[in-house]
Design a protein. Sequence first.
Length: 467
Amino acid sequence: MSQADSARSGRLKGSRILLAELALAVAGFALANCSRAPDERANDARKGDERKDESASDDTALDPDALDPAAGPQGAGKPGAGRWRIDPRAPTYTPEQQREIDKLNGLGYSGGSELAPSVSSVTVHVAGRAYEGANLYTSGHAPEAVLMDMDGKVLHTWHADVHELWSPEELPPRLLPFVQFWRRVRLLPNGELLAIFDGHSLVKLDKDSHVLWKSRCRAHHDLELLPNGDILVLTREAHLVPTLDPAKPVLEDFVSLLDANGIEKRRFSLLDALDASPYPELASLAHARRDDILHTNALRVLDGNLAARIPAFRAGNLLVSSRTLSFLAVVDPEKKAIVWTMRGAFKTQHDPEVLANGDLLVFDNAGLGEASRVLELDPVSGATVWEYRGTPAAPFYSRTCGTAQRLPNGDTLVTESDAGRAFEVTPAGEIVWEFWNPARSGAHREYIATLFELVRLPPDEPLGWLR
């Protein structure tokens, strides 16, 4: 067994140690109780009136990805320091409803709670077999993105602290632990960068990290750049949806269209799109929830290369993924309706992508239980065309997040987010490149930062702006 495999095996065993509410002050890590045992979380969920509806199971809790940070200094729903005013247009909520809204707005991810391996940075690079190119990644240790070469040399970083962008009254206390990092970024050809502060905002920076604009649009998880400069982004709102429950707030997902300056032009509800679809069984499942209903975690604009086989995949339609209900869907943004869905062996999946050959690639977080895999699926039959689940000696698992990118040489680049690891695997299952997040924290550097996403840029990616 290699050094990396040995470290990985030890890390997998160590990461299942029960952790009681952990707070790391080093490197800006934002940790919460997701790393505690499910039984402990369920016991806590049964305590107190605020959480009495969340305790049925991990699947029916507010959100399996949710981390429940402590309430603000004056309690949930009450303003802390700073100047506050009441919006006359805002609906009036009861104190209990406001607590639920604050809790929903605080759903997010930890900066990192896995035990770190002994290895760091690039541990495998088989030159001539790995697909060469620069790598761009976001990490749970800081609100920044890193561009590095195949050997781990840092070429460039972007950074923007949420406290420098927004005033205290614009930063809800419950959300603070989850805006200490960027959930996802998109690089533009001139070195400019779009970055998501999950559940809060979207910011555009130039190559030197100067702020070009910012939008308090409650962006989360994913975005797409359109040829005309507009931006499609997932957004969300915690509020009352009377058709679901006239008394209990929920977290509703939207697709928002922003112009090139971050101004919202329009949006539509994905819950409404599901209600308008010919899939009543999925709509019923959604309507039965009273929390983060869909937890939409991916957004892709389709190019139409699959439309000959499945007309719903016409150019301009949108491919999305619901984590809580474990389904993929195609949305027609003109009709504002879901026109195709897929459910299968995958569970709590992330990052679906239509491949050039017409198959679907998806990161399956929990279809195997406490083990993850990457699936290539036939979208017509649902059959598995290819899969990678690691090896008995070196499996991989990310309970939250995770990405898979098919490279031009046929390899697949996988981000095992919770473990802080990314690796390139060949169709035959050989790892030809591997990277471990070097960001560590704890008294003995025993924790590794979440690696939200690592993407491989093509060799012809314009990087002249680096000079």
